[in-house]
Every structure is written in structure tokens, then in C-alpha cells.
Design a protein around this ligand. Sequence first.
Ligand code: AMP
Length: 209
Amino acid sequence: MKIVLLGPPGAGKGTQAEKISRKYKLQYIDTGGILRKNENTKTKKGTPHKYIKKGILVPDYIVIEFILPFIKRAAKQNFILDGFPRSLKQVKLLEKITAIDIALYLEVNQKELIERISGRWICRNCDITYHIKLKPPKKEGICDVCGEKLTQREDDRPKIIRKRTRVFNKSLKPVIKYYEKRSILKRIDANRELKEVWKDIQEIVNKIK
Ligand code: AMP
């Protein structure tokens, strides 16, 4: 089973993708996480960090260099892709590698998104995301897994969030349309609590298993 998970920043993609990956034994590929891990690596088009900090998409040249090898390797088995494809060009790149069974689209309204993202804290070591209200760590400011101090992402500031949401809406529209036409798009109302969203996801995935 090969799944892509689409949704604006703050829709809860990371949390749901981890759950899906664990329950259905799918390899989890988080493109934002991969790019952040390589954010200071120099390429002909500059470092990934140069784009991430502004809230704009990293150019395909860099995406191809850092992300495609992961997808190619994972395509031999089953996977869940979080954060890819983010443009029609990336849809075509992915199609050349493998066919997708289902595209889950987590829809959330703008106000809810800003609230969610501004409460988000991450562990740079494990790349795990916490949230002050929705998913708090056991000890405030400390990662449950490795004990590292949690930090806020540079691109999680309100001004950059708004930019990322705009970028997302513009570049993702044709992606959504594309999967809709192919009848593999499933819209999920992600304004609700995590467990309700998770319940809907399982119902959908269980049908295609
Ligand atoms: P995310 O963690 O998915 O919100 O991604 C954080 C940032 O990483 C985005 O704002 C982009 O700058 C970059 N990024 C992640 N995935 C992609 C992608 N598929 N194509 C281009 N840029 C990406």
C-alpha cells in the first residue's frame, strides 16, 4: 500500500503519518524532516535552509537530490509520504517511480492552523513534534524520547506560517485536482480532535488494505 498525505502546515500530518506508519507497517517518509536534516548542505541552488526559513518551497533541483533517493528506496515496499508531492511537477516525478493507492487530504481552516502551529515544539534530535495543548511532552520543554531540550521551528512564527499556508494553497491546488480526477483523493475534516481524524483515516485505509 502506498499513501500520500496532503494538508497544510499544522493539519497534523506528522502525527497521523506516524500512526499510519506504525499500524499498517508502512515506511514513513517525511520530506520536511529530511530537508531540515540537510538544511545546511550546500547545493548549486543554495542550502535548503535558505528556502525553509522563508516559508517557500525548496526548488525541485534540491528536492530531487535529497528526497527522491528515499522515495525510490521505499517504493520497493509500502510507504506513507508526508509533505510530498507539493506541486504538479512532483506528482509527475512520483508517478515515474511508483503508483499511489490513495491520497489522504487533511483539511483545516486558517484560524485553527495558526493556533495549532504557534503551540508546536520539536526535538531537533529525534524530529518529533509536540504541542503545548494537543500533544504535550511528559516534562515541559524536554523530549520524551531522548531528553533533549525542545525548540520552536524558525518557520513556525505567525508571519512565516501565513506565507507557508499561502504557498501551500497555491501549489497544492493542482495536486488535489489531479488526485481527485483519478478518484484516489479522500478528504478528511482535520479541524476535529486527533483521535476523530485518526478514526476516519483507519476507516478509509482499512477499505483499501
Ligand atoms: P513541512 O515540515 O512539511 O511543513 O515542510 C517544511 C518546509 O520544508 C516547507 O515549508 C518547504 O520549505 C520544505 N519542503 C518540505 N517538503 C517539500 C517538498 N516536497 N517540496 C518543496 N519543499 C518542501
